[in-house]
Design a protein around this ligand. Structure first.
Ligand SMILES: [Zn+2]
Length: 150
C-alpha cells in the first residue's frame, strides 16, 4: 500500500487530479503557482490495487530488513556492513536463491556454517509483505494512521 515517493511526484499527481491527499506536512514549498503545502499521505486512485499486490524485490537489503538486521544463526543484531546473505540449503548443493532459502547471517556465523546445512536458522525464512519492507526506518508521524503493523 505504501510507497515512498519524492515530493515532486506527489505534488504532480495531486495537481493532475490523480492523487487524493489525505494529510499534509506543515512545511510549504514555493512553486510557480505560489506556496504549496507538502502532501504527507497520498492515495493514488488508479494504482491502488496494484500497490496492494506489489511484491517486494528480492535484494540483499530487503532480506536484512525482513530479518531486522539480526543474524539468523546467533540472533544478534549487526550493522549492515557486518552482515551477509546465507543460503540455508547451500547453493553448491542446489539450494535456490529464493526468499524461503535466504537468511541474514553475520560474517562469523556464515564462515562457521560454510557450505553446509549443519546450522539451522532461528526462524523460518519467508516472503515478506510489501509494507513490512517499505516502512522500516522511515516512518513519519503523519503516516501512522495508514500503516498496518504486524
Ligand atoms: Zn551470527
Amino acid at each position: 500500500v505504501l510507497r515512498v515517493a519524492p515530493w515532486k511526484d506527489a505534488v504532480c499527481l495531486e495537481y493532475q487530479g490523480k492523487g487524493l491527499v489525505l494529510e499534509r506536512y506543515p512545511e510549504h514549498v514555493k512553486t510557480v503557482k505560489g506556496y504549496y503545502q507538502l502532501p504527507a499521505v497520498i492515495v493514488i486512485k488508479d494504482r491502488f490495487v496494484k500497490f496492494v499486490r506489489r511484491k517486494v524485490k528480492m535484494r540483499k537489503k530487503n532480506i536484512f530488513i525482513r530479518d531486522k538486521f539480526k543474524c539468523a544463526y546467533c540472533g544478534q543484531t549487526f550493522d549492515r556492513e557486518k552482515l551477509t546473505v546465507d543460503h540455508v540449503y547451500p547453493k553448491s548443493k542446489g539450494g535456490k536463491s529464493t526468499w524461503d532459502n535466504l537468511v541474514t547471517a553475520c560474517i562469523l556465523c556464515n564462515r562457521i556454517k560454510g557450505d553446509t546445512d549443519k546450522m539451522k536458522p532461528l526462524w523460518k525464512p519467508y516472503e515478506p509483505k510489501a509494507h513490512q519492507v517499505f516502512i522500516v526506518g522511515k516512518i513519519q508521524p503523519e503516516w501512522r494512521n495508514y500503516i498496518v503493523e504486524d
